[in-house]
Write a protein that binds this ligand. Structure first.
Ligand code: C5P
Length: 223
């Protein structure tokens, strides 16, 4: 079906930041708004897919027709995504997952002192890398938000995480990246092809992404 190229497919999308608590009043997070991931979820739904949106804390309206799973921390996102992986056809990981979390979550509010404070951080699981190592025939799409050496870092992540497509964007560029309504992206594929786009709305980036995803499904069906 031309209008519904993702019909019959189940697509899991992640969006937003994660929040890593350190005591009952404080947490570490990042500037992700969730706009890109929510746009992807809406576009995939419009393209006919069954969509599961695993979202960190955002202030966005839940997209209609999409199963929304709310999570807070990277560990919670990890659990929700892993539990569903066997039953989905594609994962699009637009979430800005925190790489580190405080080693200890204090039960009580940390009191201030005159000295400096050190918070020991430990690594969070790399959800996408683990999906890459476990994938059967799922299509995996990642995002790379970079501030320098965009192409090089994006291509490295594509290979290391065994992705089928990575969407790279420069977070320091005007009208691009975190909280913006527009994005300037390049798609990198494992065979070395690249697609460089003009500055577009996140809705348009999402539509382009779904159309690339649909072509990948089509190619596989012919193999
Ligand atoms: O943080 P990094 O640049 O490696 O992120 C690239 C991709 O990996 C993104 O799609 C992001 O959602 C995913 N990722 C993840 N778990 C992490 C870190 C990143 O799934 N802990």
């Amino acid at each position: 079906d031309d209008m519904q190229p993702l019909k019959g497919k189940c697509v899991l999308v992640t969006a937003g930041p994660t929040r890593e608590g350190v005591d009952p009043v404080r947490y570490f997070t990042n500037y992700s708004s969730g706009k890109m991931g929510y746009a992807v979820a809406r576009a995939a739904h419009a393209a006919g897919a069954e969509v599961i949106l695993v979202s960190g804390p955002t202030s966005l309206k839940p997209p209609e027709g999409v199963e929304l799973v709310n999570v807070i921390s990277a560990n919670e996102m990890y659990e929700q995504v892993m539990n569903r992986f066997d039953n989905v056809d594609a994962v699009i990981k637009s979430a800005a997952v925190a790489d580190y979390r405080p080693k200890v979550i204090n039960d009580h509010k940390i009191k201030k002192a005159d000295s400096e404070m050190i918070v020991k951080m430990v690594r969070n699981p790399d959800i996408l890398a683990e999906l890459g190592s476990k994938k059967q025939d799922q299509i995996l799409i990642g995002f790379a938000a970079e501030s320098e050496n965009i192409d090089e870092y994006a291509k490295k992540k594509l290979e290391k995480k065994r992705l089928d497509l990575i969407v790279a964007n420069n977070i320091l560029e005007d009208h691009s990246g975190f909280d913006s309504d527009t994005n300037h992206v390049t798609f990198f594929f494992p065979n070395g092809t690249e697609k460089d786009f003009e500055l577009m709305s996140k809705e348009d980036v999402a539509r382009q992404l779904c159309s690339s995803l649909a072509s990948m499904f089509e190619k596989r069906a012919k193999q």
